[in-house]
Design a protein. Structure first.
Length: 65
């Protein structure tokens, strides 16, 4: 896989990596891990919300009246 970034993004990443004493690669991998974890959490919350909304549809309808 190749990652194409704008020049300003690459320069900002290079500076951040230098400041942190880490590689650009390590920072990108951490960002990907965080994104995937965040999206998995959102998916779980969405599924639970749908489950409980369906199970309590009558109550939610009455509360909305």
């Amino acid at each position: 896989m190749n990652l194409r970034m704008r020049e300003d993004q690459q320069e900002a990443l290079r500076l951040r990596a230098e400041e942190e004493g880490r590689s650009m690669h390590a920072i990108v991998l951490q960002a990907i891990d965080r994104y995937l974890e965040q999206e998995a959490d959102r998916g779980a919350v969405r599924r639970l919300g749908e489950k409980y909304a369906a199970g309590h549809a009558d109550l939610l309808r009455r509360l909305g009246e």
